[in-house]
Design a binder for this molecule. Structure first.
Ligand code: BTN
Length: 305
C-alpha cells in the first residue's frame, strides 16, 4: 500500500525529492491529508459537483473524493478509512491502473466506467459481510432498472448480469483490528460506457456495457448519484436488520437459483450441484449429486446450464 500511495503523491506533484527520500523513514499515514487533497481536486469526466447537486442521501456520498487515476479505489478507501473519514465517504476514480477483482483477479478500469469504493462503519461482525455484498448487488440492479434496463440479474455472490453477460462486479473488503471490523470497503465496478472491444477476448465474450444494452451512453455522474441513493436505502434496511427484505429483493433477481453449477470453494473443494437458493446468511445452498446439501459462503460458482 505504501508504494501505491507514494506513487500517487509523486504523480500529483505533492512530494518534493527530499520528502521522497525522507518518506522511507516516515510513516505513510502522515500523508493522508495530502491524499484527501488530491481527491478534492478538479477532474474532467467524473464531476463531484454533478453527483452532489441533487444527491438525495443522508450520509452516503456526502463526502466524495474523485481521482483522475489511481491503482485501486479500494486501496485508497482502506488507506483513508483509518483517517476517521466520515461514514459513507465515497472514493471514485476516472481510471484505475491496477484494480482488483475477486479471487485475486484483476479488473479492467478504463475511462467510461464507474469505479468507486464506499467506506462504511457498519458495526457488524464478520458473519454479516456476505449480506452486505448481496445488498450492494441489489442496489446496483435497482440502479440499472432506473435507467431503463428491464431485467438485470444477480449471479451469486456479486456479479450483475444483463442478458447473461456481466456488467458489474463487487469486491467487499474488511478493515479489521483485533478481529473487530472497523470499516467495510465496498468496491463497485460498472462497465457503463467502456469500450469492451479493447478487452482481452476471454473477457469480451462474457461482458456487456450499459451503452451496448441501452443503445446510448448513460451519464456516469447520474449513474453514480442514482446508485448512491439506492445503496443508502438498502444499507438503512441492513442497519435495521431487514435482512429478509434484502434477501427477497436478491432472490427476485437471482440468476443462480435453479441452475446446475460447478462450485469452486477455497482449498480446491470442487463439486457439481443444483442451486436451491440462498440462506439467511447469504450462503448459496447447493444440492450435490448425492443429494446432500452444501452451504457455500465463499468461492466461485460456474453455471453449467
Ligand atoms: C469482481 O471480480 O467481479 C469484482 C470487481 C470489483 C471491481 C471494483 S472497481 C472499484 C473497486 N476498486 C477495485 O480495485 N476493485 C473494485
Amino acid at each position: 500500500m505504501k508504494e501505491e500511495i507514494m506513487n500517487l503523491l509523486k504523480k500529483e506533484g505533492k512530494l518534493s525529492t527530499e520528502t521522497i527520500d525522507e518518506i522511507k523513514q516516515v510513516d505513510i499515514n502522515d500523508f493522508k491529508n495530502l491524499v484527501e487533497e488530491i481527491g478534492k481536486q478538479k477532474t474532467e469526466h467524473i464531476i463531484a459537483d454533478e453527483i452532489s447537486k441533487n444527491l438525495n442521501t443522508k450520509y452516503i456520498g456526502k463526502n466524495l473524493y474523485v481521482f483522475n487515476e489511481v491503482k485501486s479505489t479500494n486501496t485508497i478507501a482502506k488507506f483513508l478509512s483509518t483517517n476517521n473519514i466520515a461514514d459513507g465517504s465515497v472514493i471514485i476514480s476516472e481510471k484505475q491502473t491496477a484494480a482488483r477483482g475477486r479471487s485475486g483477479k484483476s479488473w479492467k478500469s478504463p475511462l467510461g466506467g464507474v469505479w468507486l469504493s464506499i467506506v462504511l462503519n457498519p458495526h457488524v461482525d464478520h458473519s454479516k459481510l456476505p449480506l452486505i455484498t448481496l445488498a450492494t448487488g441489489v442496489a446496483v440492479a435497482k440502479t440499472l432498472e432506473k435507467v431503463g434496463i428491464k431485467n438485470p440479474e444477480i449471479k451469486w455472490p456479486n456479479d450483475i448480469l444483463i442478458n447473461g453477460k456481466k456488467i458489474c462486479g463487487i469486491l467487499t473488503e474488511a478493515v479489521a483490528k483485533f478481529n473487530t471490523i472497523e470499516n467495510v470497503i465496498i468496491g463497485v465496478g460498472i462497465d457503463a460506457n467502456v469500450d469492451i472491444e479493447k478487452f482481452p477476448e476471454e473477457l469480451k465474450n462474457g461482458s456487456t456495457t450499459l451503452e451496448i444494452e441501452l443503445g446510448r451512453k448513460e451519464n456516469e455522474n447520474l449513474l453514480i448519484k442514482l446508485f448512491l441513493e439506492e445503496f443508502e436505502k438498502i444499507s438503512e434496511l441492513f442497519d435495521h436488520e431487514g435482512y429478509e427484505e434484502i434477501l427477497k429483493e436478491w432472490r427476485k433477481r437471482s440468476y443462480s437459483i435453479g441452475k446446475i453449477v460447478e462450485v469452486r470453494e477455497p482449498f480446491n473443494k470442487y463439486y457439481d450441484g443444483y442451486v436451491l437458493g440462498i440462506s439467511r446468511e447469504g450462503a448459496l445452498v447447493v444440492e450435490k449429486i448425492d443429494g446432500t446439501l452444501e452451504k457455500v459462503i465463499s468461492g466461485e460458482c460456474i453455471i453449467k446450464n
